[in-house]
Design a protein around this ligand. Structure first.
Ligand code: CP
Ligand code: NVA
Length: 316
C-alpha cells in the first residue's frame, strides 16, 4: 500500500512491510547512520500525555540520528491541555512537522489526530496498543532466534492491556504462535483476538487465550510479561496482586519453556511482582537489547513512513 500511512495499531503494517522495517532496523543497529542525511523525517513532534523514559529518549535520539529535529512536548503544557481540539492541534502540527508520535490514553484520540494531521502519525502507546514496543520486541526475537514465523511467544499477566493486544496483533502479523495467559476479568478484548486470529490465518501464526500460565509457557520460545498496573489504572480500585500472583514469571514457570527460551519485558519492571528478579536479571533475559532496539526499530519505522508520505505528495 502506498500513500500517507500511519502506525496506529500493529496490523497497520503487512507482514512484508513489518519485515522490511525490521530489516532496516537491523541495519541501523549495526550503523546508526545507515539512513542519513535527511532520509528520515526532518522535524518530528513527540507528544506525551503520560509518563515515559524509553519512548521519549529513543525517539529523541533516533530522530536526531536521522538528521531530524525531535520536538518533544508534554501536552499538558500545550493548548490541547486547555481544551483546544485534537483536530485543530493536528492541523497546526501537520503544517510544521513531518511526522507526529503521540502517547495518549484512548485509541480514538490518536485516530482523530491521524485523520486531521496530513502527516504520518505513530502510536507511542495508547491504552489499547503499543506497536513501537512490539517492533523492538520482534527485532530482539529475530536477533536471538534468527527468525519469527513459527516461533511460540507466551505473554503472562494483564491480557487486557496495550502490550497483550499488541503482542496479539503484531505477533500474528509476524506469523508467531501467540499465547496469552490471563486471569478471569483481565482477558484480551475479543475484537482484538478475532482481528489477530484473522491475520494469523494468512501468516501461518495462531492465537490462544488461556487461564493457565503453565499451559501457555510450555515449550515457548519467548516468554513475555508486563506490569500488572498500567498507566492510568493506579487508582481503579481493582485488587490485582491476588489474581495475578500465579502469572508471575518465576524461574519455576520459566523452566516449563524451551530451555533456550528468551524473556522479554517492555519495562519499567516491578521485580517480585510480574517477574522475579532472578529472571529479569538472569541469563535468559534480553530486556536491555529490547530497550535499545526501540531506537533502531522506530528510526526504521519513521524512515518507512516518511518514504510513503513523500510518495503521497504534499498534505495540503
Ligand atoms: N516500554 C516503554 O514504553 O517505556 P516508557 O514508558 O519508559 O516509554
Ligand atoms: N502496559 C504498560 C506499558 C508501559 C510501557 C502501561 O501502559 O503502563
Amino acid at each position: 500500500m502506498t500513500g500517507l500511512r500511519h502506525l496506529l495499531a500493529d496490523d497497520d503494517l503487512s507482514q512484508e512491510e513489518q519485515t522490511a522495517v525490521l530489516d532496516l532496523a537491523d541495519r541501523l543497529a549495526a550503523d546508526p547512520y545507515a539512513v542519513q542525511p535527511f532520509a528520515g523525517p526532518r522535524s518530528v513532534a513527540v507528544l506525551f500525555d503520560k509518563s515515559s523514559t524509553r519512548t521519549r529518549v529513543s525517539f529523541a535520539v533516533g530522530i536526531a540520528e536521522l538528521g531530524g529535529y525531535p520536538l518533544v512536548m508534554d501536552l499538558s503544557t500545550s493548548q490541547l491541555g486547555r481544551g483546544e481540539s485534537i483536530a485543530d492541534t493536528a492541523r497546526v502540527l501537520g503544517r510544521q512537522v513531518s511526522a507526529i508520535v503521540w502517547r495518549t490514553s484512548g485509541q480514538q484520540r490518536l485516530e482523530e489526530m491521524a485523520a486531521y494531521a496530513g502527516v504520518p502519525v505513530v502510536n507511542g502507546l495508547t491504552d489499547e496498543f503499543h506497536p513501537c514496543q512490539i517492533l523492538a520486541d520482534l527485532q530482539t526475537v529475530r536477533q536471538h532466534k534468527g527468525r519469527l514465523a513459527g516461533l511460540t511467544l507466551s505473554y503472562l499477566g494483564d491480557g487486557a492491556n496495550n502490550m497483550a493486544h499488541s503482542y496479539l496483533l503484531g505477533g500474528a502479523v509476524a506469523g508467531l504462535h501467540v499465547r496469552i495467559a490471563a486471569p478471569a476479568g483481565f482477558e484480551p478484548d475479543p475484537v482484538v483476538v478475532s482481528r489477530a486470529s484473522q491475520v494469523a490465518q494468512s501468516t501461518g501464526g495462531s492465537v490462544t487465550v488461556t487461564g493457565s500460565a503453565a499451559d501457555a509457557v510450555a515449550g515457548s520460545d519467548v516468554v513475555a510479561t508486563d506490569t500488572w498496573v498500567s498507566m492510568g489504572q493506579e487508582n481503579d480500585g481493582r485488587d490485582r496482586e491476588k489474581v495475578f500472583g500465579p502469572y508471575a514469571v518465576t524461574s519455576t514457570l520459566l523452566a516449563l519453556a524451551d530451555p533456550q527460551a528468551i524473556v522479554l519485558h517492555c519495562l519499567p519492571a516491578y521485580r517480585g511482582k510480574e517477574i522475579a528478579a532472578e529472571v529479569l536479571d538472569g541469563p535468559q533475559s534480553v530486556v536491555w537489547d529490547e530497550a535499545e532496539n526501540r531506537r533502531h526499530a522506530q528510526k526504521a519505522l519513521l524512515a518507512f513512513l516518511d518514504e510513503r508520505a513523500a510518495e503521497a505528495g504534499p498534505a495540503r
